[in-house]
Design a protein around this ligand. Structure first.
Ligand code: PGA
Length: 255
């Protein structure tokens, strides 16, 4: 089974939550309960928590990511953070193109591509988010939207660099709403993303790429979602903020 070729990745997206003391507390609670994970475990924390997270996760199996990065190496980009600034701290992952960036901060497919490029150049592993709006699903254009987002984001990415890309399918209507895509809906779109990658890079690359699902994944629904052939992990928002909930998802991915 192709699924067996891919390592599942469970990544927490803390969004704009947790100050430094709270971050340390959550990581200390997480360390023992995810220590036996058979999947990769990542926490993507606010910039202000990165240093705390790097120190607290040292020697554990928890990897640290940021939630965005800029495409320039440095310069007059007030409030932005470059990919090199992240790698210099030891950060290994970065989320790019989250729907909240697209919805509230004018992120476009083109700027997502620029950020992906910069992150790869700096040596980061990218968690690239794609997903349709409710209206788009209702219009029946989910696969077109997600395919286009994927293709534009991967522009100029080599087959070798693709190994440092994880794609997270996150239907916008399912994020933070408590409305999860059904396991079949998630699997269908994840499969479509894999086909797009196969079309661009060949079947082996399509089979090898980790495609996560994200959007109200929680301790109760994780096992069913993660059991699907094309769902190789999850990007977890709300449920990543509580150690027992996140650990339950990691356990489901480790089965
Ligand atoms: P949620 O968020 O799990 O709270 O729906 C997922 C995400 O936005 O990555």
């Amino acid at each position: 089974m192709n699924k067996a070729l891919r390592k599942a990745v469970i990544a927490g997206n803390w969004k704009m939550n947790k100050n430094r003391a709270e971050a340390k507390e959550l990581i200390e609670a997480l360390k023992p309960v995810v220590a036996d994970a058979k999947c990769d475990v990542v926490i993507c924390v606010p910039y202000t928590d990165l240093e705390t997270a790097m120190a607290a996760t040292k020697g554990s199996n928890i990897k640290v990511g940021a939630q965005n990065c800029h495409w320039a190496k440095s310069g007059a980009f007030t409030a932005e953070i470059s990919a090199d600034m992240l790698t210099e701290m030891g950060v290994e992952y970065v989320i790019i193109g989250h729907s909240e960036r697209r919805q509230y901060f004018g992120e476009s497919d083109i700027t997502v591509n620029h950020r992906v490029r910069a992150a790869l150049d700096a040596g980061l592993t990218v968690i690239l988010c794609v997903g349709e709006l409710l209206e788009q699903r209702e219009q029946g254009i989910t696969s077109e939207i997600v395919s286009m987002q994927t293709k534009v984001a991967l522009g100029g990415v080599s087959a070798e660099e693709l190994k440092r890309i994880i794609i997270a399918y996150e239907p916008v209507w399912a994020i933070g709403t408590g409305k999860t895509a059904t396991a079949d809906q998630a699997n269908e779109v994840n499969h479509c993303i894999r086909e797009v990658v196969a079309e661009l890079y060949g079947k082996a690359a399509g089979d090898a790429i980790t495609v996560q699902y994200g959007g109200s994944m929680n301790a109760a629904n994780a096992e069913e979602l993660l059991g699907k052939e094309d769902v190789d992990g999850g990007l977890i928002g709300g449920a990543s903020l509580k150690a027992p909930d996140f650990a339950a998802i990691v356990a489901a991915a480790s089965k």
